[in-house]
Structure formats: C-alpha cells, structure tokens
Write a new protein. Structure first.
Length: 381
C-alpha cells in the first residue's frame, strides 16, 4: 500500500499525496454516481430526469467533494497531532480512503484519543455544513443538481464519520478505544493488541457479510464491503507487527545490525566487469563504490536497465554510480527505526553506513527482518 503515490499539493504545512489506487476509486465513484445514485435520487423525488451530461457533471463534483472531505478529515488528525509535537510525513489518499502518516506513536493516551477523534468530528462538521448549504440552496430555488450534490457530500461525510467511529483498529474509533485501554492499563503494546484484535474481528465480519451478500445477489457494494474487511483485518495485523518492531529496535544503533565487511567495487572498472566479477558472483542489489578507502557512492544493479547492454564495456562504474548522499548513507549510531523509515521513504533495501567518508558497513532490510524472525522463534526474552 502507498507505494506509487504522487504529490499534488501542500496545505497548511502538510504534503498531500494521491496513491495510484485512488484513480480507480475516483473512476468508480464517478461511474456509480452518474449511472446509479443521482438518477435514482432524482427519480425518488418525482422530478424530471436530467441529461446524462448533467448527471456526469454532478458525479464529478460529488467525487471532488469526497476528495476534499477525506483531505479535511485527515488534515484534522494532522493538525491535532502537530499540537502534540508529532511530525506528519504526509497525507495520502488511496483506494480505501486516506491516511495521515505519523512519524511515531503519540506520546500519551490523551494525544492518541484527541488525534483520533478529530477526524470524525471534522466529518460531522462537514456533514452539517453541507446539509445547511443544501437547505439554503433549496430556499433560493437553486438548480436541483446543485442541491443534490451538497446532499450527497453531507451524506458521505456522515457515513465517513460513523464508519470511522467503529472501535476497530486502525479506524479512528479503534484508535480512540486503544487510547482508553492504554490509559487504563498503562501499556501501549497491550492496548494495541486489544484494539487490533477488534479490528481483525471487524474485518472478518465485513468479509463474511460481504461474501454472503454477494452470493445473495446484492451487487458490487457487497464486494466492496468484503474488500474493506480484508484491508481492515490486514491493517490490524500490520499495526501489531509495527509496534513490536518499534519496541524491539527503539534506541538500537545501526552498528548492531549492519554487515561489517561489505563487498565494494572500484570506480574505474567497466560495467561489463562489474556484472561479471561482482553481480554474478555475489548477487547483491547494491554495491558501495570505494577508492583509496574513501566512499564515493553506490552502484545499483537496476541502474544498468537504463544502459544498452552493448554499451556496458564503454562505461565505467564512476560514470553511472549514485553519489554518496543522506538518501543512501547513514551513520553507525543512527537509530535502526530511523534507518527503516529512510528505506521506506526512498524505496531502498540497503543503506551504506559510514563515518565521514569511510565505509564501515551496510544495513540491509533482509538482515533486520531475519533478526526479527529469529527473535520471534526463540521468544521475546
């Protein structure tokens, strides 16, 4: 999830992204509104049918209203989180809604509860405001199409608020429930497991209900419920794993997990030699480039995809390597959690570890995950 996102704007200090999956959701919303929801609502009012182009225009504005509503919902979380000193890496819209990406867990139960509840409150406010606008437009004898769009935005915000209040983690209601349990027990990990268990139960219920409804002929909406349930169940399990990782690695330096004697390549060999003498022998994805004990950068195998194979003998590693930078190099005392966040942000699985320009090791995602697996196998103690 959230792997192919595009930055579209920056609002009150927060970067807003759209995941590629949101395009599918937007198309689905426009299609369902223009061919189903709005024509049915107009018919229920015994009003004259509108043209298909009008329904399509209404659907586009309805989708934009949904888009703005989700952003407003997530911005509310982000503003409250910032008040409590939490950093937001960005707000991303994706297939199942939106998410404000916190850099760490809230510092105490009150911060968690208020940050979580801010979203549903914002959605209720938008619902009430949209209903009020629709009422005012009705009194002004505005076009029915405009009234229906604001009625839809009000309805969708009301549904968004109610659904997010379900106490199933990681929904807002589940986070608020976790905050309450955290405040009572004083143990964030225990509270996360309890809230995540409810999230998995809620996910299984939605999957079961959706599948039964689909078999009964209830339509595409049933499949959507099942998909939401699948996402909810998976997200709940992932939350527990992330918490366990945070507890395991918090305060641990990169030097404890890095490879101390990585394979390096010189900058003056050809790409053909690089492939034959290094890649085909050691099978790594990335190699530090070192000359006279000075780290120059790194050579990634995927870089070769941009160079015709016939030109490999003509180019040296120095010609195409990626220079050393904060995006691919960390210090040995860097917290492993910060290193993992850098990997996630830059979509890398290997980071060079250096002191000044002297290479001292490589941190690989595979080694970190292997450590977690071994620890789980021998017990937490």
């Amino acid at each position: 999830m959230l792997t192919h996102r595009i930055r579209i704007m920056r609002l009150i200090g927060f970067d807003i992204y759209i995941d590629a999956s949101w395009l599918f959701l937007a198309a689905l919303v426009i299609w369902s509104l223009s061919t189903g929801y709005f024509p049915a609502r107009i018919g229920a009012l015994n009003a004259d049918a509108l043209s298909q182009s009008t329904y399509l225009t209404m659907a586009v504005f309805g989708a934009l209203g949904l888009f703005a509503s989700i952003i407003f919902h997530e911005l509310s979380h982000s503003v409250i989180a910032r008040i409590f000193g939490l950093q937001i890496r960005g707000i991303t819209l994706f297939l199942f809604g939106g998410v404000a990406e916190l850099d760490r867990e809230p510092p105490h139960p009150t911060a968690e509860f208020l940050t979580a509840i801010a979203g549903p409150i914002a959605s209720f406010v938008l619902a009430a405001s949209s209903y009020a606008i629709a009422g005012a437009l009705t009194n002004l004898a505005a076009p029915l199409s405009a009234i229906m769009v604001f009625n839809y935005i009000a309805l969708i915000n009301f549904i968004l608020a109610i659904f997010n209040l379900i106490p199933a983690f990681p929904l807002d209601g589940g986070r608020a429930f976790r905050a309450i349990v955290w405040g009572i027990k004083g143990d964030l990990m225990s509270a996360t497991r309890t809230a995540a268990a409810l999230g998995q139960i809620g996910g299984i219920f939605l999957i079961t209900f959706g599948v039964i409804s689909l078999i009964s002929g209830a339509g595409v909406g049933s499949l959507w419920l099942a998909l939401i349930g699948l996402f909810l169940s998976g997200a709940a399990r992932s939350a527990v794993s992330q918490m366990e990782a945070q507890q395991l690695f918090a305060g641990q330096p990169t030097s404890k997990f890095m490879v101390h004697d990585p394979v390096t390549v010189p900058p003056d060999i050809s790409l053909s030699d690089f492939i034959g003498n290094y890649v085909y022998r050691t099978f790594h994805d990335m190699y530090p480039v070192v000359e006279q004990e000075q780290l120059l950068g790194c050579m990634c195998v995927r870089t070769l995809e941009t160079i015709p194979q016939g030109d490999w003998p003509k180019h040296q590693v120095a010609d195409v390597m990626t220079p050393m930078s904060p995006e691919n190099t960390i210090a040995p005392d860097t917290d492993v959690l910060d290193a993992l966040k850098l990997m996630e942000r830059t979509k890398q699985t290997r980071l060079m570890v250096a002191i000044d320009r002297r290479l001292v090791g490589i941190l690989t995602l595979k080694d970190v995950m292997k450590f977690m697996s071994l620890r789980a196998g021998i017990g937490k103690d």
